[in-house]
Write a protein that binds this ligand. Structure first.
Ligand code: NAD
Length: 292
């Protein structure tokens, strides 16, 4: 080889070797992520994103059929051993404990919890019966408490730190018409995350929250009566809502499950190593204004 060419090749090899040695803050290779609500829109998109970065995934959901379909589809795209499903009702303490135990048996531990499983109910406060109120508090506030408590117990035992990401909502900070039970439960999640961030900091556990604005596409919540009720609250037809949300946003954009997954991925990776107790709003710039 001519001298200059040989030098170029050596230099290139040196650069390659340097890249190999550099920490890769955005890689999740070797990590295990436990995602609740993994059969739904945002949970599914998050599983896809994190698995794409090399994480092994435990998908937990109450919807057994949806869970099986998602796991089967992922098995064809990622390594067959990389994604496992576990049927779980997040309001049932013994099921939560068993699900974490089975994640440990399958994958040897858990590094990341994405607490995301949820429902949404809409009614004026006078028509909010105790069952509706309790259902929102149970699945959202208590469900998030139960899964994060189990994650904390495991993280402490593992001694490797840990990472928790809550999917709350814009409605956890701002009020929304005819949704007092949902908004209150979502606010509880945000405050729980802050309390856990304080407790976890000394042992390297980070806890952050993503607040989506309306994500209609892919969401089972939005395929049910919630959509009709939201539309009625804004004096719109159900099929006008997506455009309505786009037009009212500062950026004039709709938010999709993949957008939420991207923020979760950032918080779940070492790229956000110095963030805890924080909130990322993924709302096309909507958090700053009160809108219907
Ligand atoms: P989705 O209905 O598509 O997914 C939610 C999943 O949670 C479903 O697969 C459902 O089976 C599961 N689930 C419900 N109850 C459960 C329980 N008791 N135990 C275990 N799993 C249970 O909804 P999504 O839009 O993907 O919502 C995910 C999260 O994002 C929810 O917490 C929701 O409140 C929040 N969020 C959604 C939006 C939106 O507009 N889609 C906006 C803000 C916040």
């Amino acid at each position: 080889l001519p001298e200059q060419e040989a030098f170029d090749i050596e230099y290139w090899l040196l650069e390659e070797a340097k890249l190999q040695r550099m920490p890769k803050p955005r890689s999740l290779a070797g990590r295990v992520a436990f995602i609740t609500g993994g059969a739904g829109g945002i949970g599914r998109a998050t599983a896809e994103r994190l698995a794409g970065e090399g994480a092994s995934i435990v998908l937990a959901d109450i919807d057994a059929a949806g869970l099986n379909a998602t796991v089967d589809e992922f098995a064809g795209r990622f390594s067959r051993d990389a994604v496992r499903g576990v049927k779980l009702d997040v309001t049932r303490e013994e099921e939560v404990i068993a699900a974490f135990r089975s994640a440990c048996i399958e994958f040897g531990g858990v590094d990341i919890l994405v607490s995301n499983a949820g429902i949404a109910s809409s009614a004026p406060v006078e028509e909010t019966d105790l069952a509706m109120w309790n259902r929102n508090i149970d699945i959202l506030a208590t469900g998030y408490f139960l899964v994060s408590r189990e994650a904390f117990r495991l993280f402490r035992r593992q001694g490797l730190g840990g990472n928790v990401v809550f999917v709350s909502s814009k409605n956890g900070l701002a009020s929304s018409p005819n949704a007092a039970a949902y908004c209150t439960a979502k606010a509880a999640e945000i405050h729980l995350a802050r309390c856990l961030a304080l407790e976890g900091a000394e042992v390297g556990i980070r806890v952050n929250t993503v607040n989506p604005d309306a994500v209609l596409r892919g969401s089972k919540i939005w395929s049910g009566e919630w959509r009709e009720q939201r539309a009625a609250s804004s004096n719109l037809a159900a099929d006008e809502l997506e455009e309505h949300y786009r037009k009212r946003s500062l950026l004039k954009l709709n938010v999709f499950p993949e957008d939420i997954a991207e923020a979760i991925y950032f918080l779940a990776s070492d790229a956000s190593a110095k963030s805890t107790g924080n909130i990322i709003n993924v709302d096309a710039g909507n958090a700053t204004s009160f809108t219907r």
